[in-house]
Design a protein around this ligand. Sequence first.
Ligand code: FAD
Length: 116
Amino acid sequence: GAKKECPLTRGQMGRSTWEFLHTTAAYYPDKPSEEQQHAARGLIEAMSLLYACAHCREHFRNHVEAHPPDVSSRASFERWLCDAHNEVNEVLGKPKFDCSKIQERWRTGCREAKAK
Ligand code: FAD
C-alpha cells in the first residue's frame, strides 16, 4: 500500500528550509538589482514572522534584528545565511559549518545533482 504522508517534524522542516535558503543564496546574483535585494530582505523578514515553529522564529527574529541581512551581493548573502545557520547550530550543539565551503556544498559540488 501507499506510504502514509505525514506533517513535517521540526527537524524535517528545518532541513528543507535551510536547503531552500542556502540554494537560493548560492544562485543569488553577484550584482543584485534593487528589486532583487528588496525580495531577499523580504524573504528573510517573512521567515522571521511566519516560520512554523514559534520558538525557532522568535530566536531567528532576534538574530535578524541584531544582524540585519546583507543582501548586497551573492557572497554577502551566502555569508549572512551561513552565520545565521551556524548560530542555530551552536544553540543545538551541532558542528559549525565552514562558510568557505558554501558554493561547493550548495551549488558546485556533486555535479550530477546540480539544480541547473
Ligand atoms: P540542518 O541544520 O538542517 O542543516 C542541513 C545541512 O546544511 C547540513 O547537513 C549541512 O550540510 C548544511 N549546513 C549546516 N550548517 C550550515 C551553515 N552554517 N551554512 C550552510 N550550510 C550549512 N531547531 C530547533 O530545534 N530549535 C530552534 O530554535 C531552531 N531554529 C531554527 C531556525 C531557523 C530559521 C531554521 C530554518 C531552522 C531552525 N531549527 C531549529 C531547525 C534546525 O536548524 C535544523 O534544521 C534541524 O535540527 C535539522 O538539522 P540537520 O542536522 O538535518 O541539519
